[in-house]
Design a protein around this ligand. Sequence first.
Ligand SMILES: NC(=O)c1ccc[n+]([C@@H]2O[C@H](COP(=O)([O-])OP(=O)(O)OC[C@H]3O[C@@H](n4cnc5c(N)ncnc54)[C@H](O)[C@@H]3O)[C@@H](O)[C@H]2O)c1
Length: 89
Amino acid sequence: MRKIVLTGGAGYIGSHIAVSLVENGFHPVILDNFSTSDKKVIDALKTLTNNGFSAFQTDCRNEAEVLKIIKAQGEISGVIHKSGKPEVF
Ligand SMILES: NC(=O)c1ccc[n+]([C@@H]2O[C@H](COP(=O)([O-])OP(=O)(O)OC[C@H]3O[C@@H](n4cnc5c(N)ncnc54)[C@H](O)[C@@H]3O)[C@@H](O)[C@H]2O)c1
């Protein structure tokens, strides 16, 4: 199954993308630090997708950790970057 790295996968937009990816035959690899989201979203996604994804708590700015996680996944088909701060300061 094709794996897609999905940053911010526990967020508003990212969580909807995660469900859509699973519905379309992909396996999202969610990277999220839960700074503006709740880990309960991951539980809800597990139910909605029948555990069709992987999730890791990490900060996308931590290059070494992100690379370590991604390399452990094997082949990655793509990356969708939806982590960020939506607030306007
Ligand atoms: N919601 C909108 O209508 C909208 C519209 C246009 C653009 N955007 C942009 O899309 C992106 C996502 O928006 P959203 O509404 O889903 O926001 P959100 O806050 O619901 O989701 C962002 C997710 O990214 C995670 N995150 C934040 N910083 C991180 C980091 N350094 N490392 C790992 N994870 C991190 C948060 O924990 C959260 O789960 C933002 O950049 C936002 O500016 C949103």
